[in-house]
Design a protein around this ligand. Structure first.
Ligand SMILES: C[S@@+](CC[C@H](N)C(=O)[O-])C[C@H]1O[C@@H](n2cnc3c(N)ncnc32)[C@H](O)[C@@H]1O
Length: 235
């Protein structure tokens, strides 16, 4: 179940209905700052309907170590399947959308493997990219514009290629490579065409339109940059 980018009002009616119906709510825990966000959105949205729900916190570390990932996913799936076999539906919640850079999709094969009868369905959520565009009042795309969305595992060369090829480039997890990206924007003369958002839709959302000011800063994990080569039509 995608619970949206932060503001509990951005959770869909369907997500809310499913969460109300499930007595077990599984939450990914990567040990990273702000990870409790999905759980807090759920608690806020459910309010007095929270009742006696069990929050099943699943350790799903952010690592490139394949063995560690496999082990963690297997254990998480085992915990989920235990509830399913008891006849309990489990809602696995993710920030934004479950099928967009989330811990949900890699887990599904493990659940199916451990319990082939398990029925898996997805409730889409409002993605952080949409919340970021809303915070900026900037269209992600207009008419025939092409958009690239790139995670921070990119090298500068990939961003360079994307800037050359696409009209709009969205950089996820931009906190990891901010200074390199700022250098690239300078080089392309695009510093005025980029904007930065952290914690879109949260009460402490931050929008930085003059990205040069970010030099030397170390923003948090929930941050994104949008590079738009042409002005949007409304501007
Ligand atoms: C693992 S991805 C999760 C994406 C999520 N599944 C979605 O649909 O938006 C985490 C990255 O999403 C972005 N992100 C998530 N929530 C955000 C928010 N409220 N504001 C800005 N960026 C956000 C950040 O770039 C963060 O590093």
């Amino acid at each position: 179940v995608g619970v949206g980018p932060g503001d509990a009002e951005l959770m869909t009616l369907k997500a809310l209905r499913v969460l109300k119906a499930c007595s077990v709510i599984a939450v990914p825990d990567s040990g990273r700052d702000g990870e409790g966000l999905a759980e807090s959105i759920v608690k806020q949205a459910l309010g007095k309907d929270l009742g006696q729900k069990e929050f099943l916190r699943l350790k799903l570390p952010m690592t490139k170590d394949v063995n560690e990932l496999r082990k963690a996913r297997k254990l998480a799936a085992k915990n989920i399947v235990k509830r399913l076999e008891d006849g309990t539906d489990v809602a696995f919640v993710t920030i934004g959308d479950p099928l967009f850079y989330s811990t949900f999709s890699p887990l599904v094969p493990y659940v199916k493997d451990a319990c082939p009868k398990a029925v898996v369905s997805v409730v889409p959520g409002v993605m952080s990219v949409s919340a970021t565009a809303a915070a900026l009042l900037t269209p992600l795309s207009e008419a025939s514009e092409k958009v690239a969305i790139i995670p921070a595992t990119y090298g500068v060369e990939e961003v360079r290629d994307a800037i050359e090829e696409f009209d709009v480039v969205v950089l996820m997890k931009v906190n990891r490579s901010l200074d390199r990206i700022l250098g690239l924007l300078d080089e392309f003369g695009l510093s005025d065409s980029a904007a930065f958002v952290s914690k879109a839709s949260w009460p402490d959302e931050e929008v930085v339109r003059d990205v040069r000011k970010l030099r030397g800063e170390t923003p948090g994990y929930f941050s994104m940059m949008v590079i738009r080569k042409k002005e949007g039509a409304e501007k």
